[in-house]
Design a protein around this ligand. Structure first.
Ligand code: SF4
Length: 115
């Protein structure tokens, strides 16, 4: 498979293939690209960011660790259904969401009454 490394802005074009039962990455300028390529090939993951929209406030959230790419939409659905409470930045609003090991953390908020 071919993909672009998203670890840094250089954006190396990676070629990832399985040779003799080993995942081999080429096109990377550094070891981080090799690690990214291997993970993309075997178990792609992403940090998920999502907003939680209430009547008077919007909270911005993210997962504490990268989660499997195939669970992104399921997790976004779950976050959007979480109860709106009075949260502060850094609060964990859901622990171990959908048994991924990731917590959902508040990263910011916007008071909608000031729009
Ligand atoms: S391989 Fe290294 S230099 Fe290239 S985009 Fe990835 S992190 Fe950046």
């Amino acid at each position: 498979m071919e993909t672009t490394c998203i670890v840094c802005p250089v954006g190396c074009k990676l070629k990832i293939e399985k040779i003799n039962n080993e995942v081999v990455v080429s096109g990377n300028l550094c070891f981080r690209g090799a690690n990214y390529g291997k993970t993309e090939f075997t178990n792609p993951t992403r940090i998920v960011t999502c907003s939680l929209v209430g009547k008077d406030i919007i909270y911005f959230t993210k997962t504490s660790i990268p989660i499997p790419k195939q669970q992104i939409f399921e997790i976004i659905d779950k976050i959007k259904k979480l109860p709106i409470k009075n949260y502060n930045i850094g609060d964990i609003i859901e622990k171990n969401i959908l048994n991924t090991g990731a917590d959902i953390i508040v990263t910011g908020y916007h008071d909608r009454q000031q729009i």
